[in-house]
Design a protein around this ligand. Structure first.
Ligand code: NAD
Ligand code: UD1
Length: 344
């Protein structure tokens, strides 16, 4: 039988794909989102793709306990929570750290307090591979020392620590998932990543160049100590990441409390920026014009997961290839040139 799950930030990029996978697995969902960085249209399309309407939406801010009360009361007792709601732009976190501490840490604190109050102590939290800072040992295992170098990653690590403390103090079951670089889209092309303004991240920028919306890709740095000089990341198909959430939640719901789990969610494969550009060209038959430019401040040469713990504990591994990431990301971009907004 399905569970009843509260998804904060469920209208966002990773949240919307996860909602679809959860609906397909038979769960009932309550989505809490203030649509700060997303569009309600994403949730309509999720229901359309799932072919059922088992998703209720509470529009509001995760920092407000009355909004959380509404979410917890909306359908009946909640079995578990997946907490995506948060801010994720590194540069913005350097410029406005207080906002990041407020939304990311305080938002998680208010959520955890509401969970206690409503007797729900099972939580999956969106953490990030950037908690490892600038590591020099690869692949990255979860035991490595964390050393976040910007407020965004610092807030995520602080939430991990708060949740660990909760597990020490009571009957909580928590999983902190450290995502590597999620890309791609659902293969239908109906839901995908919809950044506002100029994309910061490689994949959406590249697909917008392919679509002619931007002229050229700037490749930030070609003098890194990597096989071709460009930065290496562990890119993971967003559907693989979404599936990791259902598996994690099913696992947690079977665990005796207290239980705390910290897991890398990546493929284990490191790809350079040029590997990605070449892979995209091969998958789509398109050409991506690019310039090699200066390094972007704050970028690290390499991030690459050791995904073994997730495999051992959950039996989960990423299955989709770079070709599928490119094909599905491109299908989404082509079908939705302006994302969820209507073209002018
Ligand atoms: P996203 O911005 O697409 O989704 C976040 C969602 O949270 C959005 O729908 C937004 O409207 C909502 N939200 C933001 N602040 C809120 C608030 N105060 N109250 C209620 N809702 C709020 O981002 P995403 O890429 O889907 O990322 C989801 C989570 O995963 C974030 O916590 C992010 O930090 C984390 N993460 C993302 C990546 C990545 O590369 N995309 C990598 C590591 C970790
Ligand atoms: C960035 C954030 C990270 C966040 C993630 C998802 C930084 C320093 N890190 O990760 O904290 O979790 O986004 O939001 O911002 N690149 C180009 N040209 C571009 C864009 C990127 O060459 O136009 C390169 C980058 O230098 C990097 C790689 O592509 O080597 C991946 O970049 P990106 O997609 O922005 O992800 P991260 O930097 O890993």
């Amino acid at each position: 039988m399905g569970s009843r799950i509260l998804i904060t930030g469920g209208a966002g990029f990773i949240g919307s794909h996860t909602c679809l996978v959860l609906l397909d697995a038979g769960h009932e969902l309550v989505v809490l989102d203030n649509f700060d960085n997303s569009n309600p249209e994403a949730l309509k399309r999720v229901e359309e793709l799932a072919g059922r309407g088992a998703l209720s939406v509470v529009e509001g801010d995760v920092r407000q306990s009355d909004v959380l009360d509404q979410a917890f009361r909306c359908k009946g007792p909640i079995d578990g929570v997946i907490h995506f709601a948060g801010l994720k732009a590194v540069g913005e976190s350097v410029a406005d750290p207080l906002r990041y501490w407020d939304v990311n840490l305080n938002g998680s604190r208010v959520l955890a307090a509401a969970m206690e109050q409503h007797g729900c102590r099972t939580l999956v939290f969106s953490s990030t591979s950037t908690v490892y800072g600038e590591p020099d040992q690869f692949p990255l295992t979860e035991e490595l020392t964390t050393a976040p170098v910007h407020p965004y990653a610092q807030t995520k690590l602080a939430v991990e620590q708060m949740l660990q403390a909760l597990c020490r103090s009571g009957a909580w079951r928590v999983a902190c998932l450290r995502y590597f670089n999620p890309v791609g889209a659902h293969p239908s092309g109906r839901i995908g990543e919809d950044p506002l303004g100029i994309p910061n991240n490689l994949f959406p920028f590249m697909t917008q160049v392919a679509a002619g919306r931007r002229e050229r890709l700037q490749i930030f740095g070609n003098d890194y100590p990597t096989h071709d000089g460009t930065g290496i990341r562990d890119y993971i198909h967003v559907m693989d990441l979404a599936e990791a959430h259902t598996v994690t939640l099913d696992h947690l719901l079977k665990q005796p409390a207290p239980s705390i789990l910290t897991l890398n969610i990546g493929t284990g494969t490191g790809l350079s920026v040029l590997d990605v550009v070449n892979g995209f060209e091969a998958a789509t038959g398109l050409t991506i014009p690019y310039d090699l430019v200066e390094r972007r401040p704050g970028d690290v040469p390499r991030l690459q997961a050791c995904p073994e713990r997730a495999k051992t504990v959950l039996g989960w591994t990423a299955r989709r290839s770079l070709e599928e990431m490119c094909r599905d990301g491109w299908a989404w971009q082509q079908a939705n040139p302006m994302g969820y907004r209507k073209p002018a």
